[in-house]
Design a protein around this ligand. Structure first.
Ligand code: ATP
Ligand code: MG
Length: 437
């Protein structure tokens, strides 16, 4: 993509309304634009990151046999009357009336909807287990939308639902998601800490929140040091046999947030204790038969006896993650994208767009990188070098490839790593080899 043609409305000034760094940087980097309180449009750069996060989430859900569906944003109120949540949910729910005076709502979550879909066709134990998910916009009329996309009113969530014959099988589904979440967040360059959590209005008896560490997090975390060192993405995990030990490895260690912290346990940990702030990026629940009972998700077991299906639900805040990743990864100059979610892999800078030799060398690099399938944002504009550097640092692409007349005379271009700041003069060929490899 040529920057001269790209829609990237960056801001030089720091927007006054943004309280935290990710919100400021997302506005300055032209990633989003506010439509009304807690509701945003995603501009091209932000949209690419959102899609990258969504792709990782999707790949990891598919990898554990969770099947993708797409449910509507607008749901009939009657479904929620059946579960009893229509009145319970309160003012966070956006209630709508259609032209025939039927009560509708903009879904804040989808337990009722998915249970109705499953119940309509499930007949016997042979229909189980099932794991279904979708990635869909939600609306919650948050009392205090703030921090940009981190606490929006309209936001993108991955929500998955499990259906099992008994509690042991449901626990297995829960464990699958638990381990899958560890991998999902690690692939995004994040350290996520699972915390035993209250089950809240969804109800039930087993729940974990996944928090990532960032100074501006809404929660105060205290946990055993071990949590920070565990790595999962490259482990070969057999999802049929290895799960419970992995989950136990986590849950036996101390980890707590806010009012659930235990001063005695923390003192006992001594220098093994880590305290930090955290952002909730995922939340998983096992809630048994709460919805299946009300919505009639009942199947026959092997003996023909009727059983109410055991369920769980598993959320990831896809749009919140865009802000959360920035909170966890930025410096004074701007965003520092982890490779896996970066909107482009390389920012190619032509330092002298008026100069024929520099421009033809830059054009040539751009063509070769693009042909090799590398995502490149090519700054081909006639702007001051200082401005180009500042904008490239602001938008935080992992690599910058800088082409200038002086370097070209010596047969070199400059390769800069955004995260480390390390710069190197390299030949055009080795720059290509490094970026394509
Ligand atoms: P919170 O305590 O932050 O309000 P929650 O417990 O209400 O979150 P869930 O219902 O578990 O959230 O939703 C699943 C995930 O969706 C959360 O872990 C979070 O990442 C994301 N999420 C929830 N509310 C919002 C919001 N208002 N804006 C953006 N993402 C959100
Ligand atoms: Mg909430």
């Amino acid at each position: 993509m040529r920057l001269s043609q790209y829609f990237l409305p960056t801001l030089k000034e720091t927007p006054a309304e943004a309280e935290i760094v990710s919100h400021r940087l997302m506005l300055r980097a032209g990633m989003i634009r506010q439509s009304s309180a807690g509701i945003y449009s995603w501009l091209p750069l932000g949209f690419r990151v959102l899609k990258n996060i969504e792709r990782i989430v999707r790949e990891e859900q598919n990898a554990i046999g969770c099947q993708e569906v797409l449910m509507p944003t607008i749901q009939p109120a009657d479904l929620w009357r059946q579960s009893g949540r229509y009145d319970d949910y309160g003012p966070e729910m956006l209630r709508i009336r259609d032209r025939r005076d039927r009560d509708m709502l903009y879904g804040p979550t989808n337990e009722e909807q998915i249970t109705e879909i499953f119940a309509a066709s499930a007949r016997s134990y042979r229909d189980l287990p099932k794991l279904l998910y979708h990635i869909q916009w939600k609306f919650r009329d948050e009392i205090r939308p703030r921090f940009g996309v981190m606490r929006g009113r309209e936001f993108l969530m991955k929500d998955a639902y499990s259906f099992d014959l008994d509690a042991a099988a449901a626990r297995h589904s829960y464990n699958k998601m638990f381990v899958s979440y560890l991998r999902t967040f690690e692939r995004m360059g994040l350290t996520a800490i699972p915390m035993a959590a209250d089950t809240g209005p969804i109800g039930g008896d087993l729940s974990h929140e996944f928090l990532i560490l960032a100074d501006t997090g809404e929660s105060e975390i205290a946990c055993h040091r071990d949590f920070l060192d565990k790595r999962w993405a490259n482990r070969d995990i057999d999802f049929d046999t290895d799960l419970q030990p992995i989950v136990d490895e986590f849950t036996r260690q101390y980890a707590a947030t806010d009012e659930k912290r235990d001063p005695a346990k923390e003192q006992a940990l001594g220098d093994q204790l880590v305290t930090a702030r955290g952002i909730e990026v995922g939340h998983i629940f096992y809630f048994g038969t709460k919805y299946s009972e009300k919505l009639g998700a009942i199947v026959a077991d092997r003996d023909g006896k009727e059983v109410t299906v055991e369920m769980g639900s598993y959320g990831i805040g896809v749009s919140r993650l865009v802000g959360a990743i920035i909170e966890a990864s930025h410096d004074n100059a701007g965003i520092v994208w982890p490779e896996a979610v970066a909107p482009f892999h390389v920012g190619l800078i032509n330092l002298k767009a008026g100069d024929t030799a520099t421009t033809s060398a830059s054009d040539d690099l751009y063509a070769k990188l693009a042909a090799a399938g590398v995502a490149v944002l090519y700054d081909d504009r006639e702007e001051r070098a200082g401005q180009k550097f500042a904008e490239m640092d602001l938008i935080g692409l992992p690599w910058q490839l800088i082409v200038g007349p002086r370097g070209l005379e010596k047969g070199v271009v400059e390769l800069k790593n955004r995260a480390s700041g390390a710069r190197e003069d390299v030949s055009v060929d080795s720059a290509l080899a490094r970026l394509v490899g």
